[in-house]
Design a protein around this ligand. Structure first.
Ligand code: SF4
Length: 242
């Protein structure tokens, strides 16, 4: 689906979020700053002018079977939540599923991952068990017709499916994430994107990963991250040059 971007709105959002995130990362550290940023993220999506066109609703989980990418700060926030809210039995079952998924997706190419519908380990009975701390990718829901999401789930090999989505919600979510990531990168923290299961597996298997992250080093030694190309930041920088 082709969309036109409201450049002025994106520019305002990036500047506001970036400056707020810079202050919070410096004052509270990256994981606490992420928590605050994610609350603003949700508010921005809910406040987009086309938010009332969204089909995403409680119990709809087609998209929870596709690849989810996280930044390291998100993986640490999720593990903190699991430690504080899951029983030992729930944690053990979760880790087993994460390690199994991690071993499976590690063997796949990026395109194979997109075409393999692996249930998210946090999806239980159609609901997200970590909803309050779900990754930014999951917060960026923007589908206006769940039929397209269902079709993508049922035909994962079909790369021509192009679900309808709400453009103002989409641009608000994307710009918000880029602004926060820019602030994290400027503060020296790792902002590479990691596959969710592989990142969580690395956090649990490498206790020193968090120390490395807080020391502004690459946190994981066994999992490769991907640089995420900017979709919205160039618009912001073009304007700053003028
Ligand atoms: S973290 Fe939650 S919202 Fe995201 S894919 Fe998993 S179950 Fe779905």
């Amino acid at each position: 689906m082709e969309i036109s971007i409201d450049i002025a709105a994106v520019r305002r959002l990036i500047r506001t979020e970036h400056s707020q995130a810079c202050v919070e990362i410096e004052a509270r550290g990256p994981v606490a700053a992420l928590a605050a940023s994610q609350l603003r993220h949700d508010e921005r999506l809910a406040g987009a002018a086309d938010a009332d066109t969204l089909a995403c609703k409680d119990g709809c989980s087609w998209c929870c079977h596709f690849t989810v990418d996280v930044r390291a700060a998100e993986a640490f926030r999720i593990v903190d939540f699991v430690t504080g809210h899951f029983s030992p039995q729930q944690r053990a079952a979760l880790q087993q599923e994460v390690f199994a998924n991690s071993a499976e997706v590690a063997k796949l190419s990026e395109i194979e991952r997109m075409q393999r519908t692996v249930k998210c380990p946090f999806l239980d009975g159609g609901r997200c068990t970590i909803y309050a701390v779900r990754p930014q990718t999951c917060r960026n829901y923007h589908a206006t017709d769940s039929a397209g999401c269902r079709q993508s789930f049922e035909q994962p090999q079909n790369m021509d499916i192009d679900p309808e989505f709400a453009p103002l919600v989409y641009q608000a979510g994307g710009a918000h994430i880029e602004a926060f990531s820019k602030a994290m990168a400027e503060a020296g923290y790792d902002v590479a994107a990691y596959e969710l299961n592989m990142a969580l597996g690395a956090v649990w298997r490498q206790p020193e990963a968090r120390l490395r992250f807080e020391a502004k080093q690459k946190p994981f030694t066994s999992v490769a991250g991907e640089d995420v190309p900017s979709e919205f930041m160039d618009d912001d920088e073009d304007e700053e040059d003028r």
